[in-house]
Design a binder for this molecule. Structure first.
Ligand SMILES: C[S@@+](CC[C@H](N)C(=O)[O-])C[C@H]1O[C@@H](n2cnc3c(N)ncnc32)[C@H](O)[C@@H]1O
Length: 309
């Protein structure tokens, strides 16, 4: 296994050239950051899901100042997207490199989004979220006196749920297929690790892989099988988008709907050791895989369908 320290800030160029090359994981254990070429771990087992490059009218890459130009340009070149100063961006969305963070901006609706594990709603949830009493904790099988499960979050998105699992003490592997979303998440993790409490929270493992969950899960061997596989696919767009959180509005614009979740669930049912959990909006239909969930937990707006193995 080859490893070398990851820079604390900024974006590693080859993290974002995954469409033709193997995925590169971000491996975090305690305060030690290792950057490992994935092919050293699982040679030739995984082919990369070819993410559709968003059209330039939808997404461009931008930078706030000349100092970030080379990082932004490298990312843009890897994904064949236009790159310009933020003030010149013409697209609906732009992935913007600033001195402080990576952010995605909805230029039409004047909304911006970045990953923040320390402040904001995620930090608030860690402090006041209810720990083991939370519905999501029950859904993944956290119980007094029972071993803490390892979790594969197959649809990591902005990492909010994954961080809840880490706060509960779980070792977590995060899979995200969109290189844009993975870049935002990676940036949030890197900034987070400057905070001692965050580093301690993810000490049991918080590994991000920019790859496709279906192929990753299918390729898991016996030893790599996680206790829990968690799925939170993109929901169909709501007509009245005011009820959709800003972050989801931007992700829906960028990613659209996830259409392969049934297949991922089928693969997950083969590979999870203990359970598969699917997050759905309350009232939404169960996924159609010829098997009903063993049980469901409901919170205010969400239902967790649990398939016990
Ligand atoms: C609704 S978001 C997940 C939000 C996440 N649970 C959170 O707490 O921030 C769904 C994410 O799953 C990702 N995704 C969907 N299908 C995937 C797949 N087959 N492999 C990897 N990622 C996938 C999408 O790109 C999107 O970022």
């Amino acid at each position: 296994m080859i490893g070398f320290p990851l820079r604390k800030r900024g974006i590693e160029g080859d993290f974002f050239q995954p469409i033709k090359s193997p995925p590169t994981p971000l491996f975090l254990r305690g305060e030690l950051l290792l950057y490992i070429q994935y092919w050293c771990l699982m040679p030739n087992l995984i082919t990369i899901y070819p993410m559709k490059t968003p059209p330039p009218q939808l997404l461009s890459i931008s930078y706030a100042h000349q100092a970030q130009k080379s990082l932004a340009q490298a990312f843009a070149d890897a994904h064949q997207l236009p790159c310009q100063l933020l003030s010149k961006a013409q697209s609906e969305l732009t992935l913007n490199f600033t001195e402080m963070q990576l952010e995605i901006i909805d230029l039409q609706n004047n909304m911006r989004l970045s990953v923040d594990f320390i402040g904001g709603s995620t930090g608030h949830r860690k402090k006041y979220g209810g720990g083991k009493g939370q519905t999501i904790a029950k859904a993944i099988g956290i119980k007094q006196g029972k071993p803490i499960p390892s979790v594969l979050d197959a649809t990591a998105g902005l990492g909010k749920d994954a961080y809840v699992f880490a706060c509960l003490g779980c070792p977590v592997t995060l899979i995200e297929r969109s290189p844009i979303v993975a870049a935002l998440l990676k940036d949030g993790i890197e900034r987070g690790t400057l905070n001692i409490e965050f580093s301690a929270t993810i000490a049991n493992g918080f590994t991000l892989l920019n790859t496709d969950a279906l192929q990753y899960i299918q390729a898991l061997d016996e030893e790599q099988r996680p206790d829990v596989i968690y799925l939170d696919p993109m929901y169909p767009e709501k007509k009245k988008s005011a009820s959709v959180k800003k972050s989801m509005q931007i992700l829906q614009k960028l990613l659209g709907q996830d259409l392969d979740t049934d297949e991922i669930l089928l693969a997950a049912l083969q590979k999870a050791r203990k359970r598969v959990v699917v997050k759905r909006p309350k009232g939404a239909a169960q996924l159609q895989v010829g098997q009903s969930p063993t049980l469901s937990y409901e919170s205010k707006a969400t239902r967790y369908d649990v398939y016990i193995i």
